[in-house]
Design a protein around this ligand. Structure first.
Ligand SMILES: [Zn+2]
Length: 347
C-alpha cells in the first residue's frame, strides 16, 4: 500500500509500506478520502520533533481524516459498509485512570496518529476502532469531515472557557485553529469575536465568517479596539491560538476583570507570564491538550449549519502531489488556511 512516509527530517516519500490491516471485532476498515495537513505534520517534516516526540523511524503522516467504511468488525453495530465517516486520531487505553476520569486525551498511553512512533493515515486504507469513528451528517462533505479534528480543538477550548451568552471573546492568531476557535466561540454563545493576526489576507477571510472584528496587530492596538467595543471593560475571554511567545505573554492585556484565558497554541519555548497582571483581574487560566469526546458535538454543529468550515479549506492537492502539498504547507501564501490532500477514489 502506498503511503506518505516521513523517512526522517526533511525527507518525505510516497512509497509502499507494509502495515497490519487486520480488522478486529471492534474495528472498522476505512477507505481514506481526504486528509488535512496540520501544523504538527509540517513541524515533524521540517524539524523532526515536537517536544519529547522525536521521529526516529519512518512514519506515515496525517491525522485529520475522513473516508468510507469498507469493512466492519463482528462486534460493531453503529457503523455499516458504505458509511461516510471521520476518524478521531487519538486512541487511549479505555481502562486507564485518565479515561475513567473522563479525560482520555491525557492518558499517557494514548496512541495518536502521526505522533512518533505511531503511524498516521495518509494512505488508501486504515483500520481504526469503531468507537473513534463517527458518521458524517448527509450535508457534510468529506473535505468538511476532515476539518472536524482541528474544529474539535477549538470546541474543547470553547468548553473550557465556560462561555456565557453574549460574551465577547478575543482570539489571538488567525490560523486554522484560531479561526475554528472563533467559530466555536460564536456557536457556543459569544456575541462577537475580535481576532488578531499579522497577515491581512487571513484577517480579511476571518471577517467574512461571522460577527468577527479583525485586528492587524502590525497596525492596530488590540486593547484599544477591545476597550472601544466594551466601554473600557475588556474581553470576557481571551483564547491564545497563535503559539507565539510574545502573544502568549500578553494574554491579560485585553482581558476583563474576572475573565478567562485559554491557552491553545504551543509556544516553542517557555513563556514568562505576569502573575500580578493576572491577579489584578482574578483571571481564570485554562489550558487544553487536544480534546476529549468533542467529535459528536462538532459534527452536530456542522450538520445543523451553525458552523461552516468550508471557507477555511483553501487548497486541495491530489495524493500523488502530496510532497508538493507538504512543501507548500511549509511556505504557504498568506491567503491559505487549510490544505487538504484527496486520495484517488477508484482503487
Ligand atoms: Zn491537526
Amino acid at each position: 500500500m502506498e503511503a506518505v512516509v516521513l523517512e526522517k527530517v526533511h525527507e518525505l516519500k510516497i512509497r509502499d509500506i507494509d502495515l497490519p490491516m487486520e480488522v478486529g471485532p471492534h474495528d472498522v476498515r476505512i477507505a481514506v478520502h481526504t486528509v488535512g495537513i496540520c501544523g504538527s505534520d509540517v513541524h515533524y517534516y521540517q524539524h523532526g520533533a515536537i517536544g519529547p516526540f522525536v521521529v526516529r523511524e519512518p512514519m506515515v503522516m496525517g491525522h485529520e481524516a475522513s473516508g468510507t467504511v469498507v469493512e466492519v468488525g463482528s462486534a460493531v453495530h453503529h457503523l455499516q459498509v458504505g458509511d461516510r465517516v471521520c476518524m478521531e486520531p487519538g486512541i487511549p487505553d479505555a481502562d486507564s485512570k485518565a479515561a475513567r476520569l473522563g479525560m482520555y486525551n491525557l492518558d499517557p498511553a494514548v496512541r495518536f496518529w502521526a505522533t512518533p512512533p505511531v503511524h498516521g493515515c495518509l494512505m488508501p486504507y486504515v483500520v481504526h476502532p469503531a468507537t473513534f469513528t463517527y458518521k458524517l451528517p448527509n450535508s457534510i462533505s468529506f473535505a468538511e469531515g476532515a476539518m472536524v479534528e482541528p474544529l474539535a480543538v477549538g470546541m474543547h477550548a470553547a468548553v473550557k472557557a465556560r462561555i456565557k451568552p453574549g460574551d465577547l471573546a478575543v482570539v489571538l492568531g488567525a490560523g486554522t485553529i484560531g479561526m475554528l476557535t472563533a467559530l466555536a466561540a460564536l456557536a457556543g454563545g459569544c456575541s462577537q469575536v475580535v481576532i488578531t493576526d499579522v497577515q491581512q489576507p487571513k484577517l480579511d477571510l476571518a471577517a467574512k465568517l461571522g460577527p468577527i472584528t479583525p485586528v492587524n496587530v502590525t497596525k492596530q492596538n488590540l486593547v484599544e479596539v477591545v476597550h472601544e467595543l466594551t466601554d473600557g471593560w475588556g474581553a470576557d475571554i481571551v483564547f491564545e491560538a497563535s503559539g507565539n511567545e510574545r502573544s502568549a505573554a500578553s494574554v491579560f492585556d485585553a482581558l476583563c476583570p474576572g475573565g478567562c484565558v485559554v491557552f491553545i497554541g504551543m509556544p516553542a519555548a517557555p513563556v514568562t507570564l505576569d502573575i500580578v497582571a493576572a491577579q489584578a483581574k482574578e483571571a481564570h487560566i485554562e489550558t487544553i491538550f487536544r480534546y476529549a469526546h468533542v467529535y459528536p458535538r462538532a459534527l452536530a454543529l456542522m450538520g445543523s449549519g451553525k458552523i461552516d468550515v468550508k471557507p477555511l479549506i483553501t487548497d486541495t492537492f491530489e495524493f500523488k502531489d502530496s510532497i508538493a502539498a507538504f512543501d507548500y504547507a511549509g511556505h504557504m501564501r498568506p491567503e491559505s488556511v487549510k490544505i487538504q490532500i484527496v486520495l484517488p477514489q477508484t482503487r
